[in-house]
Ligand binder design. Structure first.
Ligand code: NAG
Length: 273
């Protein structure tokens, strides 16, 4: 019994001792507790940082999502001339001018686009002229192009244009090159560096049109049909296009009025394209 009591006392003493030990322990263990605090603080900082990082990433993703909605074939890209972007409209067009085979087995092309081809003359030149807005003048209220393009000394207007016209101009040059004896006024211009050596100009034009075609990468499927033993490409398929007529209408209203530009008229400034 005593033994048991004693043992209890011993146990109490031991417990006290343990408590004491614990107390001393807690005092001596303080550095690890501090370490725990530091770890918590570190975790908190990491948490806040990650939240901030994902928050910022979220904002960027959302912004690019909004942007991707805005920046498209239909709405225009950042690289498109800004005032022209408002004029974009998509239109489904059936291409014309394809090769057909008649009942007698002769090839012919449909009538579409006939005004842009054939023997040279004032009519065909006129047809191409209506496609060539080429040079546009825009003022400071319409667009900010400061430093990126030339400004006329007389008006301060930006001398600009849209690349579809450069490509069309180049295609027209290639067409004219088929008839050099008719277009001597184009190709025999020693004073104009862009027309002095027409081979150089044409090489430049071939590469420009090549890149424009590749850039726009029309994904309309090619369709073939069998006629006798000939597998003929149907080119009169439907393509989704930017409405050129609408863009051209706007661009022609912004066409550079060269008649008002004295420094160009008197030959002190020359255009090289
Ligand atoms: C051409 O016109 C511009 C602008 O009026 C003038 O500054 C320049 O001196 C003229 N140059 C010649 C060769 O007449």
């Amino acid at each position: 019994m005593f033994g048991a009591l004693y043992r209890i006392k011993m146990d109490e003493e031991e417990n006290e001792e343990k408590e004491n030990l614990l107390e001393t322990d807690t005092t001596t263990i303080r550095p690890p507790a501090k370490r725990n605090n530091q770890i918590l603080r570190l975790l908190f900082i990491i948490g806040v940082s990650l939240n901030t990082l994902f928050g910022i990433l979220g904002i960027f993703t959302f912004a690019s999502f909004l942007n991707s909605g805005k920046s498209s074939y239909e709405n225009g890209f950042d690289t498109d001339l800004e005032p022209a972007r408002e004029k974009i409209d998509l239109i489904v067009k059936t291409f014309t001018g394809g090769v057909e085979l008649d009942d007698a087995g002769n090839f012919y092309t449909d009538d579409g686009g006939h005004e842009y081809v054939g023997p040279p003359g004032p009519e065909v030149d006129e047809a191409w002229e209506t496609l060539l807005g080429l040079n546009l003048d825009l003022d400071e209220d319409e667009v900010v192009l400061k430093g990126s393009t030339f400004q006329w000394p007389e008006s301060g207007n930006y001398f600009t244009g849209i690349d579809v016209y450069h490509s069309l101009h180049c295609l027209n040059r290639l067409r004219q090159a088929i008839y050099p004896e008719y277009y001597t006024r184009i190709f025999n211009h020693p004073s104009d560096p862009s027309r002095k050596n027409h081979i150089e100009t044409l090489d430049h034009c071939i590469n420009h049109i090549r890149q424009a075609i590749q850039c726009h990468a029309d994904l309309t499927p090619m369709e073939w049909r069998l006629d006798g033993n000939k597998i003929i490409l149907k080119t009169n398929t439907q393509h989704t296009c930017r409405n050129f007529e609408q863009i051209n209408g706007w661009a022609l209203s912004k066409r550079t009025k060269f008649e008002d530009i004295h420094s160009w008229r008197n030959g002190s400034l020359q255009i090289v394209d």
